[in-house]
Design a protein around this ligand. Structure first.
Ligand SMILES: Nc1ncnc2c1ncn2[C@@H]1O[C@H](COP(=O)(O)OP(=O)(O)OP(=O)(O)O)[C@@H](O)[C@H]1O
Length: 260
């Protein structure tokens, strides 16, 4: 019956069964879940290539707004054809829940690198990584898409190359937004949102190398004691100072070695 609630565990079994019945794929494991979706690792039986099946969580399967958002993620990924964004290979529904199959990004998220592996990023390395991210974001914006969720679990490193996943909050780039009307930079449908997230991403990288000298927490400007060019750059990303007018200008404004 349509109103019957399926537990997430039962749903995992339904997905596993669906994959087992599919002639092309085999089920490997459950990867994780977010607020909208559950993700599973699957393998193409002939090429042995790994893919991710992302499915709407069953508790949302009758929520029109959530289904719309989920389908928008599919639509956005279908529009993009970029080497650092997973391509979509198949879409469909499992027990009334929409799903899609995309490339598996076989790397580590920056959340894993920093908090599990204890990776430390110097200022120079942090800026080099941020430069790569800004190059990708500039391209995304040129394709008319804003990601709006560029957090450390959604950015992965694969052999020194960054990859971006989870386009669940992405939207089309709106050119005509008056910046003075933006109340929440995280939700803005233009560069302001992604640059704000890049600012936080860069702070995570820089804090990986920070050793607190006393227990009292201070503002990042006092704790990190960054070269002024880096602090100014961060403050513009975070909209503490005048924001950059585009991701391209932010990219062109990355502090150079001589400024550090
Ligand atoms: N293309 C992918 N390649 C590798 N891992 C992925 C991929 N897509 C998702 N994952 C992993 O699967 C897990 C669940 O991802 P999913 O995007 O469903 O949820 P989420 O990131 O927590 O966010 P949301 O709340 O936006 O749905 C996460 O651990 C994520 O790293």
């Amino acid at each position: 019956m349509w109103w019957k609630r399926i537990s997430e565990k039962n749903f995992d079994r339904i997905v596993e069964h669906f994959i087992a019945e599919h002639p092309d794929f085999s089920f490997k494991k459950f990867l994780g879940y977010g607020s909208y979706g559950r993700a599973y690792l699957i393998e193409d039986c002939s090429s042995k290539k790994l893919f991710v099946l992302k499915c709407l969580r069953p508790k949302h399967r009758h929520h029109k707004k959530t289904i719309y958002k989920f389908k928008q993620e599919i639509h956005i990924l279908q529009q993009l054809s970029l080497p650092y964004v997973p391509a979509i290979h198949l879409t469909g529904t499992i027990d009334d829940c929409p799903f899609f199959i995309m490339d598996y990004v076989n790397g580590q998220t920056f959340e894993q690198l920093i908090f599990q592996d204890g990776a430390k990023f110097t200022i120079v390395r942090s800026l080099a990584i941020t430069k790569q991210l800004l190059e990708q974001i500039t391209q995304l914006h040129n394709h008319g898409i804003v990601h709006r969720d560029l957090r450390i679990p959604n950015i992965l490193l694969v052999e020194q190359q960054l990859h971006i996943i989870d386009f669940g909050l992405a939207t089309t780039y709106q050119k005509e937004i008056d910046i003075s009307t933006i109340e929440n930079p995280k939700r803005a449908a233009n560069h302001i949102s992604d640059l704000y997230f890049v600012g936080h991403f860069l702070l995570f990288l820089l804090y990986s190398n920070y050793k607190p000298s006393n227990k009292k927490e201070k503002a990042w400007q006092q704790e990190l004691q960054l070269p002024i060019a880096v602090q100014d750059f961060l403050e513009r990303l975070l909209w503490i100072q005048e924001p950059f007018p585009s991701a391209l200008v932010a990219l062109q404004s990355i502090p150079q070695l001589a400024d550090i």
